[in-house]
Design a protein around this ligand. Sequence first.
Ligand SMILES: *[C@@H]1O[C@H](CO)[C@@H](O)[C@H](O)[C@H]1NC(C)=O
Ligand SMILES: *[C@@H]1O[C@H](CO)[C@@H](O)[C@H](O)[C@H]1NC(C)=O
Ligand SMILES: *[C@@H]1O[C@H](CO)[C@@H](O)[C@H](O)[C@H]1NC(C)=O
Length: 425
Amino acid sequence: MRLAGLLATVSVILSNTLGFVAAQGSKPVFAHFMVGIVEKFTVQDWLNEIQQAQAIGIDGFALNCAPPWVDSYTPKQLDNAYTAAQQLNFKMFISFDFAYWSNGDTGNITSFVGKYAAHPAQAKFNGGALVSTFVGDSFNWNAVKSALGSQKLTVIPNMQDPASLGSVSTQFGIDGAFSWYAWPTDGGNSVIEGPMTTVWDQRYIQGLGGRPYMAPVSPWFSTHFNTKNWVFICEEQPVRRWQQILDMKPALVEIITWNDFGESHYISGSEPNHSDDGSSQWANGFPHDGWRDIYRPYIAAYKAGASSPTVNTDEIVYWYRPTPHAARCSNDPLGIPRGAELMDDLVFVSTLLTQPAQLTVTSGNVAPVTVNADAGVHVFNFTMGIGKQSFSVSRGGRQILGGQSAKDTVSSCQTYNFNAYVGKF
Ligand SMILES: *[C@@H]1O[C@H](CO)[C@@H](O)[C@H](O)[C@H]1NC(C)=O
Ligand SMILES: *[C@@H]1O[C@H](CO)[C@@H](O)[C@H](O)[C@H]1NC(C)=O
Ligand SMILES: *[C@@H]1O[C@H](CO)[C@@H](O)[C@H](O)[C@H]1NC(C)=O
């Protein structure tokens, strides 16, 4: 056995016996995981996903799932998820997707929650096994709690109306709330101008009166199905939303999402073994991995209660859409997504710097633009030109990093794609 292997083994033994490596923090950060697209996942696939998430400080996945009579593989994939999580000291909890579950499913919900509540990989909060939802505001959790007797639960469901939180809590047995208003909106799926504010967060915090708020963090939103075809305006949001989180210091954070390719807010790698719900049309060839590099220092800062992130390595992360928002695509029966008219044609760059430096961006046919960037994490935008996209960071007159993006912008298109292409140097 090589020394590195031996040390790794010793550290795994220590972490398993003493639980001090990668244990769930007291300010946990979870990520929403779509079980509905991983029918074919093996435990090894789950291990790969978990390692990517752990590398940026994520504590666990919220397992968004439909009942077995909708997705027959839900029980098997929950088992795979908890099994893999236990091996890596990662955490899981179920997020019942009430687009598919209903108020009459108390028996099945109780048996799913009960099956994992005492599992070593079960995420906990305030001493109870954590459980959450997507919508399902009027589900009665008191019935689940009493059926499970002494097994304590902490129920932090997605509630759509923060004004209802006072009355609903005792009636339906909820302990906190999770908001799905992770993008600029007047409510529901209304599209308004960006940037994202904390107006919804403040309503939840007020309605909860001190009970735990699980705040949503999302980098983007663009979807293009025949059933839903819109964008939310969140252009600098991959950075700005995290600063709001550092300022608000909510009890928990849930990243929306880890792997929802359909709504373009994934931060995972490409997941070669996920099934295609049609989103490959806009997600293939559009990596978002660079956003994880921005999230990592913010997650560490959130957990430490710090007001700004600490950067240890110089890096830039950039993102942009492939075409100007006013381009009319030639072969797309769905038409342009709602909200597209509110988007700007800009290239966004986040600088992660140990010391101040100069950032120069050359976007297509637009003349190069140079800005001064301070140490820490910052975000800048530049007028989008058509063609090649080049980035350069200099310090003391010397280039320290940069290069040309693998993706060019183009002025024409066949089908609409408002997803972001994310790269890094
Ligand atoms: C994907 O599936 C293949 C075939 O089942 C398997 O060999 C591989 O380990 C899986 N995971 C990844 C990340 O490719
Ligand atoms: C779960 O749902 C199935 C299908 O609707 C039903 O047959 C079964 O009785 C339910 N189980 C419980 C524990 O309620
Ligand atoms: C672009 O940057 C300017 C200057 O910081 C800022 O005022 C503007 O809001 C940014 N645009 C977007 C869409 O974020």
